[in-house]
Design a protein around this ligand. Structure first.
Ligand code: PAF
Length: 281
């Protein structure tokens, strides 16, 4: 496994691989890898000849006053995990190399970034789209895999790829869950044991909403209210949003769920913010 830390070395490596006709698969990450990331890598591995993953904690996607400095950096541990799942190249650029002095160009996927997490994390998706576009331009992947847990992020990337005619296939990977259903996330480690127990409620309520939907309940407000009430009854949970959106555009639906939809939620448990979602239809 190669570890490449500079943009120019990565570009040279990619040029060589492409000249040899190699197909590049790619998984961008911010490190602190867990089983969710490793599943993305296992999916990406057979989709190309060379699997590249990036590790870069992107300052642009952290809102002012949020946890950029506190974000766990576990590089050595991450490298061992990458090696074990068969990663060929780890690209870990430095901040001054990726954002040199004078950097001022950003990309914004205006509509898809609105609502849901976009309303509570101003500038977040602009930061994500910008870094992902930069990484695509450097790594030049044929295919890239993103988790469906960050569903709005996935929709933002898909829209950017379409709008800017980027020559990369985007593949979504289903949310990877703990045995009790909690969606895997780097943030789960911040939960106290008690919060961790209560956090299972998120997926239980989402599943119950999907069951009701499958039994014929198509009124969006009914399903949303049921989940919201269930969450509000838990003293450790404070609800940020519960919403049902069109699964492609993320636009709000009318009263009735009449097309493929996603039910998404975000909550706070103490200092930890958790998100999850489930598909309806
Ligand atoms: O999902 C993440 O870890 C990040 O948002 C990403 C896609 C690596 C961009 O920094």
């Amino acid at each position: 496994m190669k570890i490449i830390k500079s943009v120019s070395d990565m570009s040279a490596e990619v040029a060589r691989l492409r000249e040899e006709g190699k197909r590049i698969s790619f998984v961008p990450t911010m490190g602190n890898l867990h089983e969710g990331h490793l599943s993305l890598m296992r999916m990406a591995n057979p989709l190309g000849d060379v699997l590249v993953i990036s590790i870069f904690v992107n300052p642009l996607q952290f809102e002012p006053g949020s946890d950029f400095d506190a974000y766990p950096r576990t590089f050595q541990d991450d490298l061992e995990k990458c090696e074990a799942v068969g990663v060929d190249i780890v690209f870990a650029p430095t901040e001054p190399d990726l954002y040199p002095e004078g950097f001022q160009t950003t990309v914004e996927v205006t509509e898809v970034s609105k609502g849901l997490c976009g309303d509570f994390r101003p500038g977040h998706f602009k930061g994500v789209a910008t870094v992902v576009l930069k990484l695509f331009n450097i790594v030049k992947p044929h295919v890239a895999v993103f988790g469906e847990k960050d569903f709005q992020q996935l929709c933002v990337i898909r829209r950017m790829v379409k709008d800017l005619n980027l020559d990369v296939e985007i593949v979504g990977h289903p949310t990877v869950r703990e045995p009790d259903g909690l969606a895997m996330s780097s943030r789960n480690q911040y939960l106290s044991p008690e919060e961790r127990r209560h956090a299972t409620l998120l997926y239980q309520l989402l599943k119950r909403a999907r069951e009701q939907f499958q039994k014929g309940e198509k009124r969006a407000q009914r399903l949303i209210a049921d989940v919201q009430n269930g969450l509000s009854r838990d003293p450790l949970i404070s609800v940020e949003y519960v919403s049902i959106r069109d699964r492609e555009t993320l636009k709000p639906l009318g009263k009735t769920i009449d097309r493929p939809a996603v039910m998404a939620l975000a909550v706070h448990m103490g200092k930890t913010r958790l998100i999850d979602n489930i598909f309806l239809g």
